[in-house]
Design a protein around this ligand. Structure first.
Ligand SMILES: [Zn+2]
Length: 212
């Protein structure tokens, strides 16, 4: 069982929770999901995983749902219509049009972004996994090529270093490119059976928990 060690409250009074594994030494692994509320797969899997009695050699930190307001309403953005994956305080953050990729009125303007920035500053993770959908790829930022290949092998997706479009203010740019933390973005599919995805993700988590 994981233990909730930190929490914040969103605009719509939902909680964003950070959980830690019972084992608290070894490499610090941060795993997050639900940055986009219309991509529930990762949140549903991590919500089950934190209830498991796992054995691990590393120190696992998990946020099953970064954007609970979006999750509740099946929306990409949070309740301020901000795409949290464009709201990080990166050098390339920019004020954009108010569409579904709107990065906020200023970098790190959102509670959810502030919570993550604080956690990353405090914990200083050795590696980060963030789960999205629906592209069926393993994307990475920072020095994560090797581990991305191992993850890709488990889930049988291709490794794709460049996602093919600019993502100013993204989590990957903030952690991977600017802080040099190996940051892997796992993009699950939308048409895969839940148990298949859960099984593959558990194997990936096992890799990060014990073999990284
Ligand atoms: Zn996404």
């Amino acid at each position: 069982m994981f233990k909730c060690i930190k929490t914040t409250t969103t605009q719509n009074k939902n909680s964003v929770n950070l959980y830690q594994s019972p084992h608290t030494t070894g490499k610090k692994v941060l795993i997050i999901a639900g940055t986009h509320g219309d991509e529930p797969q990762g949140t549903d899997i991590l919500s089950l995983y934190i209830k498991e009695n796992i054995t691990c050699k590393n120190n696992l930190y998990i946020i099953p749902c970064v954007n609970p307001d979006g999750y509740e309403q099946k929306l990409r953005t949070n309740s301020n219509n901000v795409d949290l994956n464009r709201n990080f305080p990166t050098e390339n953050w920019e004020l954009t049009e108010k569409n579904e990729f709107f990065g906020g009125n200023s970098p790190s303007s959102e509670i959810e972004t502030q919570f993550l920035v604080e956690i990353i500053t405090e914990i200083k993770p050795d590696i980060i996994l963030t789960i999205h959908a629906p592209f069926k790829i393993v994307n990475y930022d920072g020095p994560a090529e090797n581990i991305s290949k191992q993850i890709a092998k488990i889930i049988d997706y291709p490794v794709q270093h460049d996602i093919g479009y600019p993502t100013p203010g993204s989590f990957g740019t903030y952690c991977g490119l600017e802080k040099n933390i190996p940051t892997i973005t796992l993009e699950l599919g939308e048409d895969e059976a839940f148990n298949w995805q859960k099984d593959r993700c558990y194997k990936i988590l096992e890799l990060l928990a014990n073999q990284y």
